[in-house]
Design a protein around this ligand. Structure first.
Ligand code: 0RQ
Length: 496
């Protein structure tokens, strides 16, 4: 038993180390590896303080999304003043959109370095879940790494949760890079292959900072994915056909370049489809391993995958835990500043596939906001990957809300990925390859290939009239009074 384990206390005793106004960095990335007990105990503490009329709110920093046990409970308790860098919890989303929580929606490769730069202020407490503590004090991470290394390094106090639901065989699945430096001392990242190790298998922590250890045995969030429907199947087919087309033109090798696949049902369906394709010896350098990618590993099509977390359904998580040894050497989990590092993404030549909410006729992509104002999740890693990838795809059904909303609009109501960053748009209708096209040619291709037939003529009409109305502005012609009229129509009439 390690000296640290002797600091084991109850979750309530551990939570007592967190004070009002603290900045708290928790582990967790896409519902994996978040602390299971201390957040609940903290929520209780905050509720009791509020009942006594005392102010008690914290800033909550994580790797990415967590689960109802973290974002849900802490939001319900009114415990969160500020949240970064990503969330996808319905309760937290509502509070953010109601203006009750300040949300700093950040590129996921940026959050660690911006914390190091001091942009967010000093970190008071880290609450980090691990799979085990070695007798020498080294920490075995579990199903995600996220920002845990940075929070452990930066925080003044550390609380560890040791979750025995994570198999102890996780030892050897991680590569924790300890070479990050601040400018101008930074060195190139010598990562030349998706599965190359450049760090240690363990997280380190200064034992003097560890104020509490809590034992838990609780599963990750493990939400199910939507079954692959005809639309997601069609989108997945378009992506796979396009990759074959690129191989045939010698723009991609037969084993492709390393894949990245974003969060969400569509990205998951694309991975499932690749498992039935003819591609062999694929690799992945990605952020999350969802069910589809695990199936790709199981089918043998995918040789290996580097990521920062596992985001699996309950069924797949059980399958993974039972067969964990068979994945050793084929899955490597890294800190998110490395899994999403622009330098590595560009060097390896990634093929990035991410979901979108809407795209406009010129290819500006909105990944985050509904009708300009309400956030769904956040930009996550989509910007890290899209801008630096060899190829990027953005995928979405051509309509939302039973056809009342067109995902292709005259002007995107919020822009996360500009027309300069986006390459290939995919809906169930088809695929628009925008590489090397001028804005007008992009617009014609997007309208023809991606828009739903119900909206196609109106989009073409908008483009034609915008062109006619701007004799001196035919680079990206718009009708300023109409550019967002489709969104306004939806707000007023319930349909675009
Ligand atoms: O809402 O469930 O209430 O019906 O948005 O839409 O079609 O199920 O798509 O699950 O693939 O998610 C962009 C949100 C897509 C995701 C987004 C509504 C739609 C539904 C979800 P309902 P679908 P997906 C690396 C990559 C940003 C982060 C990222 C995302 C819900 O892909 O969060 O890429 N991306 N990270 O009805 C109004 C529209 C809409 C719309 C869809 N045009 N208007 N609502 N919806 N289109 C990984 C990480 O960073 C962690």
């Amino acid at each position: 038993m390690s000296a640290l384990s002797s600091r084991t206390v109850s979750a309530a005793e551990a939570a007592a180390h967190i004070s009002p106004g603290d900045r708290v960095g928790m582990s967790g990335f896409t519902g994996a590896g978040y602390p299971k007990a201390v957040p609940e105990a903290l929520a209780d503490r905050v509720e009791q303080a509020h009942q006594r009329g005392e102010e008690f709110r914290i800033e909550l920093w994580t790797g990415a999304s967590t689960a109802p046990e973290v974002d849900g409970l802490l939001t319900e308790a009114g415990a969160v003043s500020k949240r970064l860098p990503f969330q996808s919890d319905p309760t937290a989303r509502q509070a953010i959109n109601a203006g009750e929580i300040e949300y700093i929606d950040t590129h996921l490769s940026h959050s660690a370095q911006q914390a190091w730069f001091g942009f967010y202020g000093k970190l008071d407490v880290a609450v980090v879940e691990v799979a085990g503590i070695l007798p020498n004090g080294l920490l075995v991470p579990g199903s995600s790494v996220g920002n845990s290394k940075t929070w452990l390094d930066l925080a003044e106090k550390v609380i560890l949760e040791v979750n025995s639901w994570h198999p102890r065989a996780y030892e050897g699945f991680h590569d924790i890079y300890y070479g990050t430096r601040l400018p101008p001392q930074r060195m190139p990242l010598q990562l030349l292959d998706p599965m190359q190790r450049i760090g240690d298998p363990y997280l380190r922590v200064d034992p003097a900072k560890v104020v509490a250890v809590v034992q838990t045995e609780a599963p990750d969030r493990n939400l199910p994915f939507k079954p692959v429907d005809p639309d997601s199947q069609a989108m997945a087919d378009h992506v796979v056909d396009f990759l074959h087309h690129e191989v045939a033109r010698d723009r991609l090798p037969k084993g492709l370049f390393p894949l990245q696949s974003g969060v969400g049902n569509i990205a998951n369906a694309v991975m499932t489809n690749l498992a039935h394709s003819q591609f062999e010896d694929l690799t992945a350098y990605t952020e999350v391993i969802q069910d589809g990618m695990l199936e790709l590993l199981d089918s043998g099509k995918l040789a290996a995958a580097s990521a920062t977390s596992l985001c699996l359904s309950a069924q797949k998580a059980e399958h993974f835990n039972e067969n964990i040894e068979s994945y050793k050497g084929r899955i490597l989990l890294r800190p998110q500043e490395i899994s999403n590092h622009p330098e590595v993404i560009r060097r390896l030549g990634l093929i990035a596939i991410n979901g979108m909410i809407e795209a406009d006729i010129y290819g500006n992509v909105n990944s985050t906001h509904v009708m300009a104002s309400s956030i769904i999740n956040g930009i996550g890693g989509s910007g890290d990957f899209a801008r630096n990838a060899y190829l990027n795809f953005f995928v979405s059904p051509s309509t939302a809300k039973d056809g009342m909303i067109s995902a292709i609009v005259p002007f995107a109501s919020h822009i996360d990925h500009t027309e300069h960053d986006t390459q290939i748009l995919v809906t169930e209708q088809g695929l628009a390859d925008l590489r090397g096209l001028s804005p007008m040619a992009r617009a014609r291709s997007i309208i023809r290939n991606c828009a739903h037939p119900h909206y196609r003529d109106r989009l073409q009409d908008y483009l034609d009239r915008a062109c006619a109305a701007n004799p001196g502005g035919r680079h990206t012609p718009h009708l300023l009074g109409e550019a967002l009229s489709w969104h306004q129509a939806f707000q007023h009439t319930g349909r675009m």
